[in-house]
Design a protein around this ligand. Structure first.
Ligand code: EPS
Length: 388
């Protein structure tokens, strides 16, 4: 298995968020601007709440990089929570507790199960870590992995397909434009659908409600044969699905035709194989979503993820108080009406991390120059086998 791994730390209103990424090769050029660009993309989106007006997430790289190049050692990243300054001593690591306890658990959040499992008496002890603010660090780590994949000719892009039932007409989307800035406030490539989505978000906000949706992540330029059919935990489709499912509020993942595979016969699902002009195998359809037998087949990898509506409702749902054990309405924390476009940026990051892991497994991870040479030699072998 790959040595590439990462871990995040930090509470939503603690002093800062941190990540350590280990296992990327040395010699990869990095720029803070590219990491910060993705951090800013994650913060944007129609329907985001007040917190995003306070924060301007900027990365600090405090290890593993020298003069803009990776050294091969653990890369430590930090993003300061500006809001921490407004919280006085309420998130202090030591000293007497300050501030009111949160005791009314929100249905749909980690609150109720978290206080039971960790024996806490303040829901804040749970919600601070379960908050999707943690995804800031996944995006920073993912931005670095994207640079690595980019150096090998791969690209990770995304689009929002559905918000609260307002869906994109996928037949009108020019897929070659995915990843290009188009002025959309929802990372959406169907303008008419975006207008409907925004109206739906306005309506939900008015009603004190929240909305989920669907986003899609596409990875282009993927070499044939990442992942493996050999063992369950080496299957790339399983690893990508798990990575998507690990994003807060994700309730469903599809690869390629996904659940549609259940309705259609094999003749309408499997992608027929042809020879391209140069004599290499190719496919004219991609219902497999670029993955067959747990391995990349060289087509675009296409993953969809469904996000549930955020559980913090301004018109709260019925719940229970963990202290008085009385029926109460759930607590109201400042929150977002909809964060599906933010989640699409997190989806890109998770896909990039898993792909970077799989690349390192197959082509090595000490020096970028050696990884590039191993990939080139492999592609040459495949071409030679077919074309001579
Ligand atoms: C988020 C920061 C949070 C929320 C949101 C995501 O900030 P705060 O709690 O200070 O408003 O806006 O988190 C949730 C909705 C949640 O349920 O955890 C972020 O940085 O993305």
């Amino acid at each position: 298995m790959s040595e590439l791994r990462f871990m995040t730390a930090g509470e939503s209103h603690g002093p800062c968020l941190t990540a350590i990424l280990e296992g990327l090769p040395a010699g990869l050029k990095l720029s803070e601007e590219n990491i910060n660009r993705d951090l800013a993309r994650r913060q944007q989106g129609y329907g985001r709440g007040g917190r995003m007006k306070i924060e301007t997430d900027k990365v600090e790289v405090v290890s593993g990089v020298r003069f803009g190049e990776t050294l091969g050692g653990p890369i430590t990243l930090r993003v300061v929570n500006k809001d921490h300054g407004n919280w006085g001593g309420r998130m202090a690591p030591f000293g007497e507790p300050e501030g009111e306890k949160v005791t009314a658990a929100r249905p749909g959040h980690a609150d109720l199960t978290g206080v039971a499992k960790y024996a806490r008496e303040d829901v804040r002890d749970i919600l601070e870590r379960s908050s999707a603010r943690e995804t800031t660090m996944r995006v920073a780590v993912g931005a670095i992995c994207k640079e690595f994949l980019g150096a090998l000719g791969m690209e990770v892009v995304s689009q929002v397909l559905n918000i609260g039932g307002e869906a994109v007409d996928e037949s009108t989307v020019d897929r070659s434009k995915l990843g290009q800035a188009n002025g959309s406030e929802l990372n959406c490539y169907d303008q008419a659908a975006e207008e409907r989505m925004k109206a739906r978000i306005d309506e939900a906000k008015q009603e004190g409600d929240t909305l989920g949706g669907v986003f899609e992540v596409t990875v282009r330029g993927v070499p044939v044969g990442l992942g493996s059919h050999i063992q369950w935990d080496r299957r790339l489709d399983a690893r990508l699905a798990g990575a998507m499912m690990s994003i807060q509020a994700i309730k469903g993942v599809e690869i390629g035709a996904g659940f549609r595979c259940a309705d259609l016969p094999g003749s309408l699902i499997h992608d027929e194989v042809f020879l391209d002009k140069s004599g290499m195998p190719c496919r004219k359809t991609n219902r497999a979503g670029g993955l067959e037998g747990g391995m990349s087949n060289g087509e675009e990898i296409v993953i969809k993820a469904a996000m549930k509506p955020i559980p913090t409702l301004m018109q709260p749902l019925q719940s229970v108080d963990i202290e008085s054990h009385k029926a109460v309405m759930a607590c109201k924390e400042r929150s977002d009406t909809c964060a599906v476009s933010a989640a699409s940026v997190v989806g890109e990051a998770m896909a990039a991390i898993v792909l970077a892991q799989a690349v390192c497994e197959k082509f090595g991870s000490d020096a970028l120059v050696d990884v590039k040479a191993a990939l080139a030699a492999y592609n040459q072998r495949l071409r030679k086998a077919w074309v001579g």
